[in-house]
Design a protein around this ligand. Structure first.
Ligand code: FES
Length: 99
């Protein structure tokens, strides 16, 4: 499913999009793109508003951190992983595969 154009997603500036009712956070690292659930698994917070450090996104609310490639929670107080979705880029368009 088409999510955004690649030039709309810059490294360090995650973008929240709604796809089929799901809130997805799009991120870029170098020339790679990632899609994860936008909702932090610790409490209610938008990960797209967090700070990105390479492959890590830091939740803006309590500082929990997730690996954007694997979804793994890598820093307290987040313990549960965040869902990740397969991404494909074609002709400058980011496509996200939702289950
Ligand atoms: S809501 Fe994200 S770490 Fe608490």
């Amino acid at each position: 499913m088409e999510a955004a154009r690649t030039d709309e997603v810059q490294e360090g500036l995650p973008v929240a999009v709604t796809l089929e009712g799901a809130e997805i956070c799009l991120l870029r690292h170098g020339d790679r793109f990632f899609a994860i659930d936008n909702l932090c698994t610790h409490a209610e917070a938008s990960l797209a508003e967090g700070e990105q450090h390479g492959l890590i996104i830091e939740c803006p609310r309590h500082g929990g951190q997730f690996n954007i490639e694997t979804g793994a929670a890598v820093h307290y107080p987040a313990f549960a992983p965040v869902a990740t979705y397969p991404v494909k880029v074609e002709d400058g368009v980011i496509y996200v595969a939702l289950p």
